[in-house]
Design a protein around this ligand. Structure first.
Ligand SMILES: *Cc1c(COP(=O)(O)O)cnc(C)c1O
Length: 379
């Protein structure tokens, strides 16, 4: 089936007891058993919930994976993936990824005997050099957040496999509509479903999609044993959002492309980061591994004062963390999403104090352009 057909139908057969077209919200904590050891496959809702199962199946199909495991947030999904590691293991990760992932690795997991190295995963040689005999995981975002560095997924998957490590890709920015890392050899994909997959800024959630049987078995165990499961209502909201993913992503991208092109023509901006711009480093590589460029743009205003002025002046672009919803948002990575990353590490990847990030929504392009133009007129 095509992507949009799967988005609407996969894992969402009409409800067997009523024929309801929409998967019901099974808002229950437990299930009646007929007699000792005899039940319908559902015992307790941390372990099994039909609404959650529908979401897991749906997203596994869209990402071309074997299994999906939903979690209460994107961070809970990433955290669950690290339970595949044990004390003494080493992880190589992108040096420009989501700040919360860096915080989880450094401020929590590093105290449990795991070690991490952060490299520019767009540089294959740097990744290969960072590998050690005890490296068990390569954790990558492409494009990275917010400098939009592109990493070669096929080459990284091959490298990880040759070293006996797993490649995990945080695919939140691209979604399976534009990029499917498992098809290029990655073992696991994680998402913050809070973002584009839900798409309406009305829940927090995460998912891990696995193409690795051993990892799937462990993840199923971890999901139940550690218990960071999402509630059925949030699963339902995400399922509903995913049905329009293709439509939304096309519109996000159309708007973002036009805005990025306009921004690039502004002499007061020091830099515009958008993988869809033909002169973006990694543009060609990205085109070989993804079918679109997404709706995220970052631009450097030159100073924190300039950044603050722009943030204050937008009307439609609302000042807020998060991304991927139908409404346009604007944020300041250095003090918001990436505040937990030390300044030196931030600046090494272009994440300067003047950097402003926008998540381009699906509003009318003319209104968005007018808003950005008027905000930038203060520079
Ligand atoms: C938001 C985000 C996360 C964390 O997800 P939550 O749902 O907020 O826990 C992880 N990775 C990326 C790329 C994100 O944008």
């Amino acid at each position: 089936m095509g992507f949009s057909t799967d988005a609407v139908h996969a894992g969402q057969e009409p409800d067997p007891s009523t024929g309801a077209v929409t998967v019901p919200i099974y808002q229950t904590s437990t299930y009646v058993q007929e007699e000792l050891g005899k039940h319908k496959g559902y015992e307790y809702a941390r372990t099994q919930n039909p609404t959650r199962f529908a979401l897991e199946k749906n997203l596994a199909v869209l990402e071309k994976g074997q299994r999906g495991f939903a979690f209460a947030s994107g961070m809970a999904a990433t955290n669950a993936v690290t339970y595949l590691l044990k004390s003494g293991d080493h992880v190589v990760a992108s040096n420009n990824m989501y700040g919360g992932t860096y915080r989880l690795f450094e401020k929590i997991l590093a105290s449990y005997g795991l070690t991490f190295d952060y490299v520019n995963t767009g540089d294959l040689e740097a990744v290969a050099t960072a590998f050690r005999p005890e490296t068990k995981m390569l954790f990558v975002e492409t494009p990275t957040n917010p400098s939009m560095i592109i990493s070669d997924l096929r080459a990284l998957a091959e490298l990880a496999r040759s070293k006996g490590a797993r490649l995990v890709v945080d695919n939140t920015f691209m979604t399976p509509y534009f990029q499917r890392p498992l098809e290029m050899g990655a073992h696991l994909v994680v998402h913050s479903t809070t973002k584009y997959l839900n798409g309406h800024s009305d829940m927090v959630g995460g998912i891990v999609i696995s193409n690795d049987e051993e990892a799937s078995e462990r993840l199923q165990f971890v999901q139940n044993a550690a218990g960071a499961v999402p509630g059925p209502f949030d699963c339902w909201l995400c399922l509903r959002g995913v049905k329009t993913l293709a439509l939304r992503m096309d519109r996000h991208e159309k708007n973002a492309t036009a805005i990025a092109e306009w921004l690039r023509g502004q002499p007061k901006l020091k830099h515009v980061y958008y993988p869809g711009l033909p002169d973006h480093p990694g543009h060609d590589l990205h085109r070989r591994q993804a079918s679109g460029f997404g709706g995220m743009i970052a631009f450097d205003t030159g100073s924190i004062e300039n950044g603050a002025k722009v943030l204050k002046r937008t009307r439609l672009f609302a000042l807020a963390e998060s991304l991927g919803g139908v409404e346009s948002l604007i944020s300041h990575p250095a003090t918001m999403t990436h505040a937990s990353v030390p300044r030196a590490e931030r600046e090494a990847v272009g994440l300067t104090d003047g950097l402003v990030r926008i998540s381009v929504g699906i509003e009318d392009l003319d209104d968005l352009l007018l808003d950005i133009r008027s905000a930038l007129s203060v520079l």
